[in-house]
Design a protein around this ligand. Structure first.
Ligand code: NAP
Length: 268
């Protein structure tokens, strides 16, 4: 805000403060002065209400919700989000995993299948990032979780959703190499339940009106970011990706419109 504007606003505020005290005496003031009093009083209220509104808005603009932030693909998402200046609220069934970040991260204990938990997780956030995996000894929950996530995002008017999936998911417009086409076919044969659930998840996104990005990953390896990430909308550009590089890419998508409603492949 420029200095001039601040001066004008302070003058209005000061004058209106005085006028506010005199409001009881307004009957005795001339008609013209009364209009001036009322308009200044109106501006004063607007200025202060707007300031409060602006602070709330800015707080909301800075907070993101993370699902699966302790998993293999998502391990560095919380750390990278903090580094980028975001406030982070993360969902986990086992909060002890986040001890190192405890002071700086809001941890919500719970299961992604619980809609009330998702409401608490998303409240006040402007973006949701999911690197959700499969719960051990249970079937796949990608589509059921997505259903909950999208429902609550709609309820809370949250638009931006960034989610990871596998490079074996085919999307119209892909131009996969023969080998990668065969790889995707093998996945459908070997892991039919997982692939059905992943396609169901993708269809839920396609049917939604949200600004989603469906990031398709190759094999994920544990390691420090290389900073060199290949991106493509046509084919898997490599065999592996370091989880730290995944986090960098996901955090960059928060403010980038490049892959909104798209399914980029990434690799090192
Ligand atoms: N790993 C790979 O090599 C690879 C390769 C390509 C694609 N991907 C894709 O990347 C995504 C993540 O895979 P990943 O290997 O990183 O998964 P993961 O390590 O097995 O699990 C990720 C997270 O999912 C969370 N989770 C599981 N069930 C949950 C539930 N019911 N409620 C809340 N959170 C739950 C866990 O959080 P808590 O334990 O903290 O609750 C866990 O930290 C998947 O879509 C996968 O297909 C992975």
């Amino acid at each position: 805000m420029s200095g001039t504007l601040v001066t004008i606003l302070s003058n209005f505020a000061l004058r209106s403060e005085i006028l506010h005290c005199q409001v009881g005496k307004m009957k005795s003031v001339q008609q013209e002065e009364r209009y001036e009093c009322m308009s200044l009083f109106f501006i004063y209220n607007r200025v202060f209400k707007t300031k409060r509104g602006l602070i709330c808005y800015m707080q909301k603009q800075n907070k993101i919700a993370v699902i699966g932030g302790a998993g293999k693909a998502g391990r560095y998402v919380v750390e990278k989000a903090l580094e980028a200046g975001y406030q982070v609220r993360v969902l986990t069934r086992n909060p002890k995993q986040f001890k190192a970040f405890y002071k700086h991260v809001e941890i919500i204990k719970g299961d992604v299948r619980d809609v009330e938990v998702i409401r608490t997780l998303f409240n006040g956030c402007h973006t949701v990032i999911s690197t959700l995996g499969k719960p051990k000894k249970e079937s796949f929950i990608f589509s059921s979780a997505t259903n909950n996530i999208l429902t609550v995002m709609n309820e809370l008017h949250i638009l931006r959703y960034i989610v990871v999936s596998g490079g074996s998911v085919d999307v119209p417009g892909d131009k996969k190499s023969f080998l990668n086409k065969m790889g995707a076919r093998m996945f459908r044969i070997l892991f039919p339940n997982m692939m059905k659930d992943k396609y169901k998840e993708l269809n839920l996104l396609l049917e939604s009106n949200l600004d989603w990005t469906f990031v398709r990953l190759p094999f994920v390896v544990e390691g420090v970011a290389t900073g060199s990430i290949k991106e493509s909308l046509r084919d898997i550009p490599g065999l592996k990706i370091y989880n730290s590089d995944i986090a960098d890419f996901l955090i960059k998508q928060i403010a980038s419109p490049l892959y909104i409603r798209k399914c980029p492949f990434i690799a090192n």
